[in-house]
Design a protein around this ligand. Structure first.
Ligand SMILES: [Zn+2]
Ligand SMILES: [Zn+2]
Length: 191
């Protein structure tokens, strides 16, 4: 083995947590939105994580259909609520990484748990239920609420480079990732 330093560029924390949020969302049980929320403390340690899912032991929307009230499915606990309920530490000063625009109820819960930053990366239309007020609530509480642009093609390929590079889980394998565009509107991400 030579002793050369690795030139690999690791993902930033934001890129890393949002990638993990993507994978969490694959466990979501309602196909109107597969959401995810990660709660990370000041030292970038994971202290909570959740996806939107039915209560334990309850049927999933993906199996029995949605439970619709006023045009919205109410069967699942939201990802942010699950993340808070199953958090493993005090959330004061924590950052919430949320995959889609959080709803106002979840923003209120995150703020009341003293989360200091709420970052989200995909636009989800929550306006019908007061979503237009989420930035206002955050500002009053001194919470940073921000949409982070994330180029997942670029980010995941960077991560795959590490996974297939020296020491990576798939070292020596050849793979690349491409988000296939379809002709629907951006992301097709509205519940
Ligand atoms: Zn549903
Ligand atoms: Zn919510």
């Amino acid at each position: 083995m030579d002793n050369k330093p690795s030139k690999i560029k690791r993902p930033s924390w934001d890129e890393f947590w949002f990638t993990l949020a993507l994978f969490y969302s694959t466990r979501g049980t309602c196909d109107r939105l597969r959401a995810a929320c990660l709660l990370v403390d000041r030292n970038n340690r994971l202290v909570g994580a959740g996806y939107n899912g039915s209560l334990p032991g309850h049927p999933h929307c993906d199996e029995v259909g949605h439970l619709m009230v006023d045009g919205h499915c109410i069967r699942t606990l939201h990802a942010e609520v699950n993340a808070i309920l199953h958090s493993t530490a005090d959330l004061e000063g924590a950052t919430a990484y949320v995959l889609g625009t959080p709803c106002i109820d979840c923003v209120k819960k995150l703020i009341s748990k003293s989360v200091k930053r709420i970052l989200f990366t995909r636009d989800y239309d929550n306006k019908a239920r007061g979503g237009e007020h989420i930035f206002e609530l955050a500002e009053i509480s001194g919470v940073e609420m921000k949409r982070v642009d994330m180029d997942f093609d670029e980010v995941i390929n960077k991560e795959l480079d590490i996974l297939t590079g020296p020491g990576g889980a798939f070292q020596g394998k050849n793979t690349s990732f491409k988000i296939k565009e379809n002709n629907s509107k951006e992301g097709n991400y509205e519940g």
